[in-house]
Design a protein around this ligand. Structure first.
Ligand SMILES: [Cu+2]
Length: 214
């Protein structure tokens, strides 16, 4: 009799431990980090796993995109001046501005995120078959030491691939630039009415655009 009672208690405490574990579990096993080198759906996607950043990109033109190694997030010394984004209700939009590098080493921007878009890409505009089309800039944007890179309509830009909320004229739109060493520039750019920057996006699915151009 005593023995049975004891094992009942043991079961009860095991159940209590399980319950306690169940309460703790979601915080501990939040989300598996992406596996570096494994394929990812859309070039430009960024995952922040407890302060370690993973950027989805193709390593060379035409290759399927894969996850980068984990980059420890830090504050980037880059700044952006006169940043703005084309006002739009839905679909795609683009962001521009002057990215400045105050350091004495070149800095490569490899990704960008915004709560206004499911994901974003770094784009360039090229001439293809007689028309201006935009596509992903292989390797991202390199900002020269003590220099700057201008993002402007008809040239390099930050592409909002799919708006999750409108970019309203006069609103400040949060964006985060991500550099090759995990540096983050968290800033805002101004929503503006602009009638240009309507280049065709050649593709629209991950890296299929660069594949179709080969
Ligand atoms: Cu674009």
């Amino acid at each position: 009799m005593k023995h049975v009672l004891r094992s009942t208690l043991a079961v009860a405490s095991a159940a209590a431990a399980l319950l306690a574990g169940a309460v703790i579990a979601p915080a501990v096993s939040a989300h598996e980090p992406p596996k570096p080198g494994s394929s990812c759906a859309m070039s430009g996607m960024v995952e922040d796993n407890h302060g370690t950043l993973y950027v989805c990109a193709s390593r060379k033109a035409g290759a399927m995109p894969t996850w980068s190694k984990g980059l420890p997030a830090s504050r980037s010394p880059l700044t952006i001046a006169d940043g703005w984004a084309k006002a739009a209700d839905k679909g795609m939009s683009a962001g521009f501005g002057m990215i400045k590098n105050p350091t004495d080493k070149p800095i490569r921007v490899i990704g960008v995120t915004s709560p206004n878009s499911t994901f974003m890409q770094l784009h360039e505009v090229v001439m293809k078959d007689g028309s201006m089309v935009m596509q992903q800039k292989q390797g991202g944007f390199v900002i020269p030491a003590k220099g700057m890179t201008e993002l402007k309509p008809g040239g390099n830009h930050l592409m909002f691939m799919k708006l999750t909320k409108p970019i309203t004229a006069g609103a400040m739109i949060p964006i985060t630039l991500i550099t090759a060493d995990g540096g983050q520039l968290k800033t805002t750019i101004l929503g503006k009415v602009y009638s240009g920057a309507n280049e065709t996006y050649d593709g629209g699915m991950g890296d299929m655009n660069s594949m179709s151009g080969m």
